[in-house]
Structures are given as C-alpha cells and as structure tokens.
Design a protein around this ligand. Sequence first.
Ligand code: PMP
Ligand code: GLU
Length: 398
Amino acid sequence: MLQVSNRIDKLSPSETLAMSQKSAELKAQGVDVINLSVGEPDFYTPAHIKEAAMKAITENYSFYSPVNGYSDLRQAIVEKLKRDNSLDYAVEQIVVSNGAKQSVCNALLAIINPGDEVIVPAPYWVSYVEMVKLAEGKNIIIQAGIEQDFKITPQQLKAAITARTKAIILCSPSNPTGSVYSRKELQGLAEVLAGHPEILILSDEIYEHINYTGTHESIAQFDALASRTIVINGVSKAYAMTGWRIGFIAAPQWIAKACNKLQGQYTSGPSSISQKAAVAAFAGDQSCVAEMRQAFLRRRNLVASLCKDIPGLKVNMPQGAFYLFPQCSAYIGTTAPDGRAIADSSDLAMYLLETAHVATVGGAAFGAPDCLRLSYATSDESLVEAIKRIRQALLALK
Ligand code: PMP
Ligand code: GLU
C-alpha cells in the first residue's frame, strides 16, 4: 500500500496554524471571526525595511546567497548580539535560515541521536516536541503550572536530568505563556547546568523585544554555558516580518558548521531579498521596535484586565510576548447550550470558535490541557469584542 513514512505519520500538525486556518475558512464563508489563534504581529513591516528589500530587487539580488546567509547580514547579527545582548560571536558562528522555526529544527537535527533526551519545560511552543520527535529524540517534559508563573525551578531541572540528557530548550519571553525568566531565575538554572557540561542549551529568544520588564536576559550570558548555548532569534516578531522567513542561530562553531551542512542539502540559503531586508532590520533605526512593544503592552493590560473579570478564568500577568494563557479548568467538564460536551480545552477552543466566532488555541498542544492561548496581537477594538464574546460563551456553559 502507498502511504507516508512513519516519521510523518507520527508527527502532529501544528495546532496554532490549524486553528488559524479554520478561522480563515469560516471568515471566507462570511462569518465574522476574530482571530486570536496564530501568533503574529498585526503591524506592517516598517518602511525602511521594505525599502531595503525593494533596493535589493532593483540591484539584482536574485542569485543564491551563501548557504549560511550573506556575510553583511551575519555581520549585522553579530553586532546586534553585542549591542542588545552583550554576547560575543564571530560571523562563522551565525547561520541564517528560513525563520527561527527552521533554526530550531536545524539545531535539533544537528545534535540529537535516536533516543537522546531533550528537556522541554511545559507549557512549550507547539513545534518543539514535534521537532524533537522528527530528530528521533525523546521529550522529557517538566510541568510548570500557573502557580509558579509557568516557569521551571532549578530543583525541577535537576530532577529531570539523566545520563541520556542531550539538550534543554528554553524560551523566554515564552510562547505560549508570556512568562519571562529574570536574570536571577536564569542563574538558578545555569548553576544546575554548569554541573552538566554534556548538556547543550537551546535558547529561543524570538520574543526578546516584546518584553515589558525593561531588560531581556539570555542564558548565553553565563560564562559556564556560553560555549554550549545555541541562541535562536529572528526578525518575525520584533520587526513584524513573519512572512519574510528569516531566523538565525548563534552557536558554537561545530554546531553552526553542522547546520550549514544540513541546510546546504535541503534548503540552501534563505531568500536573498529577505536577507537584505533583515540587514536593515537589525542595523537600522530601532524605534519601530519600541513603538510596537508599547502597543503590545497596552493590549496586554487591556486583555488581562478584561479576562480577569470573567468568573472561572485564572489569569497570569504575562511579562512578554503577545499571549495570554488563562487557566480555564472551571469550564472543563461542562456542557454547552447546544448539548456538546466540553471535555478539554480543545473542545473549549472549538466551542468558542463555532459559537462565539473567536479563534483561540487549546492548551493541550502546548502541554497545558487546562489552559487556553489567546494572542492579543490585534486591534484594541477586536480584543474588546472578542473578550466580550468569550465571556458570554463561557457563562452559557453549565
Ligand atoms: N519560536 C517561537 C517560540 C515562536 O513562537 C515562533 C513563531 N512561530 C518561532 C520560534 C518561529 O518563528 P519564525 O519561524 O517566524 O521566525
Ligand atoms: N509562533 C506563532 C504561533 O505560535 C506562529 C505559528 C507557528 O509557527 O506555529 O502561533
């Protein structure tokens, strides 16, 4: 019989993209859906970045770029890492890919052998666990609930490490919770990891600039870990460039080399035009970043306060990213007016989409089945209307 490989068979589809797709389908049928599912800024890419791309087209940047990215882009990334994160890298340690998503996947494929354990703190971004599966690694999940602000403790980390641990994936500011690890909290984790020189650290910092605490801290800043941390970042979130598909790793040279080799066989370098736009993003005027962060902060305050008013929702106060991750256990095990059972948060997300016409994502895909993810990267007006609809729909559950 003709069928797909076991590898693909075992892979779950991305739930964030699936909910967004469902919401787009309903919209196409004329339903007035408010989409709080997919996480992407609603802003347009800043003008100076678009101009750099147009210039690149005019100047015929239409050929293959080096597999790991143009050297001026990698140089701009080196300077960005120094300016924003006080991190020292050489251009050879940077590999530019088709979005941070590919950067994470490249890094995992470059370091994981079958059966290697990868520690993934939950709630986690949907794709980590699937990528670990693709690399034939084993996910070791550490649960961090709302009572600990969705952040793992050094004790939990210590308990999860075994002789097979190969890597840990950290994400701060976090998708889906918006939690941000402080320097002190990272130091606690770094101290545990310092005693395990065989463990690699993947630090996903894609939400670096959407941080309301005033400073972004990278675990790569700790000396004991610098030589075995892979920093992942990109332009999607900070510069409203999700469709341009540019992400990067800054890594020990042997890992950068491995990713370069991997990428050379299966994607080549990312879009030449997008790379030139990314140079303008990293090296150009940064005021757009602060402006967007201000808007996200205003919306964070708005959705958090509206959701806190909904009986039964437990709401965390996210310090970064653009997600709210309320715990909704009070509504699990209820019945909707149309008779449908709400057995878990995926049922709840589907009920909200079909009856309230608000697209969210159930927490199960993020390893937190009693929570719901709302992306607040949309207009204040849509947010107010969406939360009003969610409130009404939740209060109708019995
Ligand atoms: N990491 C996290 C935590 C994300 O939320 C995203 C957004 N999808 C990515 C990585 C990948 O971003 P991109 O591929 O658009 O650079
Ligand atoms: N990071 C976004 C999200 O979590 C984009 C979707 C995806 O890449 O999965 O919604």
